[in-house]
Design a protein. Structure first.
Length: 327
């Protein structure tokens, strides 16, 4: 069987899908659009002018041509999974459609955040979505993100922090982070929060001129952390924080990274209570003021998730479901 995954893969999650397929003996390939960038300064400048005056993104066009050229080299595929379908022109998706018997997409962002036109969605034989609301409204098949990290028992780790969080810059999240940080300091807990993104430059500039209390540990940065290095940060903490975006009803990868490393989860996502792995000993859903955060949550030991429940959320099971490998 020949399967191709097409995605931007900004954070590096999608490469794990191809690795898992290959481990099953499938001829799997990854066409990574994110690897296509401007060749030089002149090309970057030309694209900037084109976007401003012609409303035309030359880099986006270059990426789509790269995808089609890659498919031409690979030839016909039994199945193609397209992630980030919103980044493609309709005409490009129509060409991709010709290269496969079964075209699939998985939406790991809500349609409120990244809208996908009905004409594009109609090209897919199957549409999966991580978002509960989108799945109900559009009759998509609900499917969570997946556990891609190898399982590691908590008793084989020696965390020095109580809470760790890394996130992209978002006004809603930053407001809640400030409230949560105040509560964590009151409880004398050790934590580190890293906010990544260009919008955080004002905070970063302020940090250069003002002393931040040592126990606060909130870092604003433009440079993202390498995906491969994140597990080392996670292992050094008893719990991971996961805050939702506006209109997000699905579970982020942070939840499944926490499951793999047997870390407790603190979140503002009420929907997590509806899942079979939910355990109030392991998962704390914050109230609006963060007043329900208590020190004892960190002191009680982690309770293991039953094996059959854990397997449902592994990438091994995820690819079986998406590509119908057990049928």
């Amino acid at each position: 069987m020949k399967i191709c995954v097409i995605s931007f893969d900004f954070w590096g999650y999608d490469a794990h899908i191809v690795e898992t397929l290959s481990a099953k003996g499938i001829d799997a390939h990854h066409i990574k659009m994110g690897s296509v960038t401007h060749s030089n300064f002149s090309e970057r400048a030309t694209n900037a002018v084109s976007k401003i005056f012609l409303n035309k993104n030359l880099k986006a066009e270059k990426r789509q041509k790269f995808v089609l050229a890659s498919l031409e080299n690979l030839g016909h595929q039994d199945q193609i999974l397209v992630l980030n379908p919103d980044t493609f022109d309709l005409s490009t998706l129509e060409e991709i459609r010709k290269y496969s018997d079964r075209l699939i997409t998985y939406l790991y962002d809500s349609l409120d955040r990244f809208a996908v036109e009905k004409e594009k969605l109609s090209l897919f034989d199957k549409i999966f979505s991580f978002d509960i609301a989108d799945s109900k409204k559009n009759d998509f098949e609900k499917l969570t993100n997946y556990i891609y990290l190898p399982h590691l028992c908590c008793n084989k780790q020696n965390p020095q922090m109580d809470l760790f969080y890394v996130t992209s810059y978002d006004n809603k999240r930053v407001s809640l982070i400030k409230l949560l940080a105040k509560r964590l300091i009151e409880l004398e807990l050790k934590f580190q929060i890293m906010v990544i993104g260009k919008k955080g430059w004002k905070h970063q500039l302020k940090n250069m001129f003002f002393t931040i209390p040592e126990q606060l540990h909130i870092i604003f940065s433009i440079k993202k952390i390498d995906h491969e290095k994140l597990p080392e940060y996670y292992k050094n903490s008893k719990a991971l924080l996961d805050l939702t975006r506006e209109n997000q009803h699905g579970l982020s990868f942070r939840v499944f990274e926490a499951m793999a490393l047997e870390k407790k989860i603190i979140t503002d996502n009420e929907y997590i209570k509806n899942y079979d792995f939910y355990n109030p000993n392991n998962i704390l859903v914050l109230n609006e003021t963060c007043s329900n955060l208590d020190k004892c949550f960190f002191e009680l030991p982690y309770e293991k998730i039953p094996e059959e429940v854990y397997y449902k959320y592994t990438l091994d099971n995820w690819v079986n479901v998406v590509f119908k490998l057990n049928k």
